[in-house]
Design a binder for this molecule. Sequence first.
Ligand code: SF4
Ligand code: SF4
Length: 314
Amino acid sequence: MSLTRRDFVKLCTGTVAGFGVSQMFNPKIVHALKKFVPHVFWLQGQGCTGCSVSILNSVHPSIAEVLLEVINLDFHPTIMGCEGEQAFEFMFDQAKEQSGKYVLIVEGSVPVAENGHYCILGEVGHKEYTMLDTTLEMAKNAAVVVNVGTCSAYGGIPAAQGNLTEAKSVGDVLAENGVKTPVVNIPGCPPHPDWMVGTLVVAIDAIEKHGLEKGLAEVVKLLDADGRPLPFFGKNIHDNCPYLDQFDLDSYSQVFTDKEKCRYELGCKGPLVYSDCFKRKWNGGVNWCVENSVCIGCVEPGFPDGMSPFYEPC
Ligand code: SF4
Ligand code: SF4
């Protein structure tokens, strides 16, 4: 079954007959996309590996289908079998062979203090590679850089107040060093697996249809001013929240166990936040932050400082 780009955008935002709604990239869709299987390299810098854990929990498609059918994952520090110098050499060799055609995924921010030495990823021939060196080296010949998680997208927790390591977002580091590769941000602490897999699927579909350059240009058209794909990050949480009628009535929960009223006075940052959590939900579509706690605004560029204190009204 072949799908149009419009179908994929609909899949991100709603329904397409036969494909379900939330956690939506089911096997039929994955199998519809088999012509272009990009080489993907996944770097981990200053982060907690939570974004990797999140994508490993992808439901439809399962992570096995993503790895075996959607992408060709050549490097991932947590899940690859190879390690050390051999793995690093392989990554650089493959990147050379696939120059201009591969996808670089980055998880974690990039510390630049002390010439990047707060985060060393590996060593080849007795030369150390910091996160800073490796990100620049791998990004310059990538077709696209995809930042997963708020740390790589906007600096996130490592770049919060204090920031002794001078952690920066990948976009800032690339701009400061003259690397012009297109950048897509998929923020979240962590990002939803659908946001990561869905963005890859949309990009692969566009490249299959229009070729590499024009396909990527189509993907860039889907981004908001903060580099996020609008199908996932185009709607305000508060405007679409099931508690909005309670907010309009000034009816607020005073304790987390009160699930009837709006969570604003408990610190909910929904009015400041753009993502589709209200509809997509988490854990296979079972629940979401506002239902049991509050939205802390993890997908926004100012997170966490701009959303603190988490449990006080904005
Ligand atoms: S403040 Fe939070 S809980 Fe209340 S309506 Fe807005 S998003 Fe929903
Ligand atoms: S509801 Fe808010 S805090 Fe929870 S994942 Fe979505 S954006 Fe982040």
